[in-house]
Every structure is written in C-alpha cells, then in structure tokens.
Design a protein around this ligand. Sequence first.
Ligand code: GRF
Length: 193
Amino acid sequence: MAQLTGSKKIKTAVFISGTGSNLKSLILFSKLKKSPISINLIISNNSKSKGLKLGNIFKIKKKIFDFENKNLTETKIISELKKNKIDLICLAGFMKILSKKFINNFKGNIINIHPSLLPKFKGLNTHERVIQNKERYSGCTVHFVNSKLDSGKIVIQKKVKINKNDTPKTLAKKILTQEHILYPKAILKIFSL
Ligand code: GRF
C-alpha cells in the first residue's frame, strides 16, 4: 500500500471515461491541507470525456489511451504511471476493465467507486436494476480493486434511501452527490495514521 512519507503527498492518478464529477471532487479535496494525496495525472480511454477539461482548468497532466490493443495500452499506461511516480490509482467512472496483470502490478494501490451497496448490484446499469428489484435502499461503495469485478475489500459505504417516485435517473443523481463526499472520506480513512 502507498505510504505517506513526511510532508509529501501520495502521487495519484485518476482514471475516467466520462463527466468526471468524482474527479473534480477528488481534485478539490487534494488541494486541502488535510488531504494525503495530490492528483498528478488524469487518464482516460475516451478523448471526449468532459472530465478531461478539468486537466486544463487545474493544470494537471492528462493522457488518453484508446484501448484498441488492451495489452499494449496497459503496458503504455504502466510506463506513464512509473514515469510520473504514481503510487495510487483512483478509478472514477472508468469504463474499461483492467487486466489481472495490470492490477497485480499495482497491488493494493487501486481503488474504485461504485454506485451501489456492494456486494449487491455489481457491474453496469446499477440504478435500473436496483429500481426494478424494488430495493428500499441503495448507495455507493469505495473498494480496493482486485481481479474480480467490483469485488475487492470494501473501504467505506454510504446508504441512500429510495423514494417510491425515484427513477434510475433521480437515484443516480442522489447517489452521485454522496459519491463526491464518500471518495475523499475513503482516502482519509485509508491513509489515516
Ligand atoms: C459514478 O456514478 C461512478 O460511481 C460510476 O460512474 C459514475 C461516474 O460519474 N462508476 P463521474 O464521471 O465521476 O461524474
């Protein structure tokens, strides 16, 4: 696991594919004195990710990888991470599944946020399935990444109540607001001395 040494912050890369609202919350958090991390690199598989604009705004290096050849792409990403001395990877709405080999390379140093109360509702279309299943609660989870999808050790969760008139869209919005609070909290929890 990445370690805090002296006053140096843990160099972090955030992987995104879309809007990047979690990336934004992590960037804002990283600016706080109490934050153990600095965001040094943004990686996306999608050149159209809105979140990439945050790289310009906050002057953070960004790199786009097309994933056409996954093996080759991952090798390139690993070398980019090494070049930038990255010690922690935060997946934030990253829609590609990383290989076992990649994950083992960064063992214990990759975390992810998932919009459900894991181990329930792993994978995609979470909110649709939650509503269809007539659940009363959903939420979000930050977990360590292992080679099985959405299955690594849970760091922290936040429960959200589902109202009768909630749709997948309204639920997604409610949960996303909580995600923005939960991801920084998880990082503080992991690195609290
Ligand atoms: C979040 O709900 C995250 O949990 C899920 O994808 C969404 C990404 O949103 N994996 P954003 O790009 O951070 O706004």
